[in-house]
Design a binder for this molecule. Structure first.
Ligand SMILES: Cc1ncc(C[n+]2csc(CCOP(=O)(O)OP(=O)(O)O)c2C)c(N)n1
Ligand SMILES: [Mg+2]
Length: 332
């Protein structure tokens, strides 16, 4: 690990990683208690990718995410309480309790949606990049996607268009080695998604996705290139999810305990913590204070979510159409 970031910025990254981890652990407990309605795919072990990329983004930059998108939403600025309330189906949820884990939308902070469909986020980010270019804005669009998306046609179509039109897009592949229980080694002849970039004429980089500083560095260069008209970048982060594919699912038979433990030993949060202490960027009391602060934030978020009202059944048909710009339609 190495960086030119100052101590203050490093502690922000540390707090962001912890915020995602503790929120996911809390959601897992709520799921086990039967309080989460619908699926819950946690991002535990992969936090460094969302944090390292989103640290460079502005609220008006657009993120398009996956089924494993809580970390992207939190890193982009969605409050833990609104995220948890959404998974609990409450009216205070970020999508007013209508969407759940895979419909997290918060356009006010540029969170343009988690999604239950694997692949389209690549095309949506390409489209957003195209609109930014047409509008002559210096915004960037980011697609986060898993290794399971890269043999979908969306990968080829989105990446090719973005490259030839030099669109301001970051294609961020979170290669956690499995698509549910299918090893990437089985579904691809080349273990490196990043190796595909040169075939498209697309700048590409492969990084240790469990090293937030390496991700931060690669994403910084990619965002700079995109904002200055240099076009897209493909970033492959090698990472690993240390919980089951989805909460409540079995987690055996397709990977070994030894493999899981080897990756747990490369935990992105533990590694940054050790780096901060070794490099004397922070002392133990400072880190413990941040850990308490995040613990409190997440506990309060859970209480907020659990105490929030259910949506009023009378409002079931609202938020379906654009209510602000409705015009009367005559059926005469
Ligand atoms: C188009 C499409 N095909 C199949 C599925 C079923 N499915 C849900 S998650 C998943 C695996 C995705 O793996 P990956 O993209 O590597 O993400 P990860 O779960 O590893 O984060 C699949 C195949 C889907 N949701 N959408
Ligand atoms: Mg995967």
């Amino acid at each position: 690990m190495t960086t030119s970031l100052d101590g203050e910025r490093l502690l922000v990254l540390y707090a962001e990683l912890l915020k995602i981890r503790r929120t996911e652990e809390q959601l897992a407990r709520l799921h086990a208690a039967g309080q989460v309605h619908g699926a819950c795919h946690t991002y535990v072990g992969e936090e460094a990718i969302a944090v390292g990329v989103c640290a460079h983004l502005r609220p008006d930059d657009a993120v398009f995410s996956t089924h494993r998108g809580h970390g992207h939403a939190l890193a982009k600025g969605v409050a833990p309480g609104e995220l948890m309330a959404e998974l609990l189906g409450r009216a205070t949820g970020v999508s007013r309790g209508r969407g759940g884990s895979m419909h997290i939308f918060a356009p006010e902070v540029g969170m343009m949606g988690t999604s239950g469909i694997v692949g389209p986020c690549i095309l949506q980010a390409t489209g957003a990049g195209y609109s930014f270019k047409l509008l002559k804005k210096d915004n960037v669009a980011v697609a986060f996607f898993g290794d399971g998306a890269v043999n979908n046609g969306a990968f080829h179509e989105g990446i090719n268009l973005a490259t030839i039109w030099k669109l301001p897009v970051l294609f961020v592949c979170e290669n956690n080695l499995y698509a549910t229980e299918v090893p990437f080694a089985y579904s691809s002849g080349n273990p490196n998604v990043g190796d595909r970039g040169p075939a498209y004429g697309l700048p590409s980089v492969i990084v240790d996705g469990n090293d937030v500083l390496a991700v931060y560095q690669a994403a910084g260069e990619a965002v700079e290139r995109a904002r200055s008209g240099g076009g897209p970048t493909l970033i492959e982060g090698k990472t690993y999810r240390t919980r089951a594919h989805s909460e409540g699912m079995r987690d055996g038979g397709y990977r070994s305990v030894e493999e899981v433990n080897a990756w747990k030993a490369r935990d992105p949060i533990t590694r940054l913590r050790a780096y901060l202490l070794e490099e004397e960027e922070a002392g133990e009391p400072e880190l413990v204070a941040i850990e308490h602060e995040i613990q409190t934030l997440v506990e309060e978020a859970a209480t907020f979510a659990q105490n929030s009202p259910w949506p009023d059944p009378a409002t079931a048909a609202t938020h379906v159409y654009d209510e602000e710009n409705q015009t009367e339609v005559s059926h005469a």
